[in-house]
Design a protein. Structure first.
Length: 416
């Protein structure tokens, strides 16, 4: 820990201890693993060798269950089983705006030798707005300074940052700096890019969850396209609408609008442009409607390619052979399939424009670990910028409902 010299305000909760501190020089020392703070005075010992940590505890995710009806006194009782409360539970406020943020906070003393897990299921008796009583159950997220956290990388509990992760971040930063001058390609797309590790490429990779064609076009507006020689797009799958009552003509008009938006952005880029056609995911092959939508989107993308110079549509075969799965769910590539997509695109380049870095793996098992993850830019329904999805007047392309219980789709051989 770094040392800071100067004058500090020290709060104590005992009059005798306060007298001991008068005109005294106080030295702060940190115990094993920085977990506990020991305080000692050069004159008289205020607290000697007692494992104690005074800190704020924050309780989040309350609003996602019936626990939102629990009283602050209920959280006092729950916390009191493991810590001593210095100040009672209150509603937390955002530091910058002062608005309530849905969390609870309490100032506590960990003098009972117990820690609080980061995630825990709790039950509380609550009173609903109508006056009825019920037992509320929910999962909460608890955070506080120097909290032990279970690390999946090291399989131990860490206090503070994981040293292995910290080392990895330093190595990745050094690799990024070494790679920066060789970046020639910009890859923009949806969540099927989530397994890409851009350190194994000569590209900057942007991955936006549930992004449609219009969202991809919007993302290009905020990129300096003149810094790249190549542009790769993976988009269109999220435009497939699973609602049974969709009016196809209206849906097609929306897709054509988004294709036009994308065309306007691609006209600004003079380098090589490659668009990956919508693959045969389970989502795209669920029924006649989804098949027709996929076919329509790919036809429109091919029309776009014909209008612009240096533009190419790339078809991806999801047949990996053997027992390897191309899909982990009804719409997402497996890591292996994601690697195949990159290899297929790489084969379309020649000379110094190669996408993949020789000798380095270009995928990661950790989702979104090696890319620039981002929220989609624009309304989730019409993709226009300037309003939220809740205020969208266009009800044509409402967001697709989740599909539960989906198993990996059959291979392309089985579908044929």
């Amino acid at each position: 820990m770094g040392k800071k010299r100067g004058e500090f305000i020290i709060s104590v909760f005992n009059e005798d201890d306060a007298k001991k501190l008068q005109d005294a020089k106080v030295r702060f020392e940190y115990g094993p693993n920085n977990k506990y703070m020991r305080k000692s005075s050069s004159k008289n010992s205020l607290i000697t060798n007692s494992e104690q940590m005074l800190t704020f505890v924050f309780i989040d995710w309350i609003q996602e269950s019936g626990l939102r009806f629990a009283k602050n006194e209920d959280f006092d009782e729950w916390l009191g089983q493991r810590v001593s409360l210095i100040s009672n539970t209150t509603d937390d406020r955002d530091r910058d705006t002062g608005f309530l943020n849905g969390r609870k906070k309490a100032f506590v003393d960990f003098n009972k030798g117990q820690d609080i897990p980061r995630f825990e299921f709790i039950e509380m008796n609550v009173t609903l707005p109508g006056g009825s009583q019920e037992i509320a159950k929910g999962k909460v997220k608890v955070t506080y300074r120097d909290q032990p956290v279970s690390c999946r990388t090291c399989n131990v509990d860490h206090i503070g940052r994981c040293p292995a992760r910290a080392k990895e971040e330093i190595e990745r930063k050094a690799a990024e700096e070494e790679r920066a001058p060789r970046i020639k390609t910009l890859i923009v797309g949806d969540s099927n890019l989530r397994h890409v590790d851009q350190l194994g490429t000569t590209a900057k990779v942007l991955s936006s969850t549930r992004a449609k064609i219009g969202h991809t076009a919007n993302a290009l507006k905020f990129e300096e396209l003149n810094e790249y020689e190549n542009l790769v797009l993976h988009t269109g799958q999220n435009n497939i609408d699973m609602k049974p009552d969709v009016i196809f003509a209206q849906w097609e008009n929306q897709v054509r609008f988004e294709i036009n938006q994308l065309t306007q952005q691609l006209k600004k880029f003079g380098g090589e442009k490659k668009i990956i056609a919508v693959p045969e995911s389970e989502l795209a092959c669920t029924n006649d409607q989804s098949i027709k939508m996929r076919t329509t989107i790919n036809e429109l993308l091919r029309e776009l390619a014909c209008k612009l110079e240096k533009n190419e549509i790339i078809e991806i075969d999801d047949d990996l052979g053997d027992d390897e799965e191309a899909w982990v769910d009804y719409r997402h590539y497996s890591e292996i399939m994601c690697g195949k997509v990159l290899e297929t695109v790489n084969l379309t380049y020649t000379g110094e424009n190669k996408l993949l870095t020789r000798g380095k793996k270009a995928t990661s098992s950790r989702k979104y670990h090696g890319v620039h993850p981002s929220y989609r830019v624009g309304c989730g329904q019409c993709t226009r910028i300037g309003h939220s999805e809740e205020r969208c007047e266009n009800q044509i392309a409402t967001k697709r409902p989740n599909v539960s219980g989906s198993s990996p789709p059959p291979s392309s051989k089985q579908r044929r």
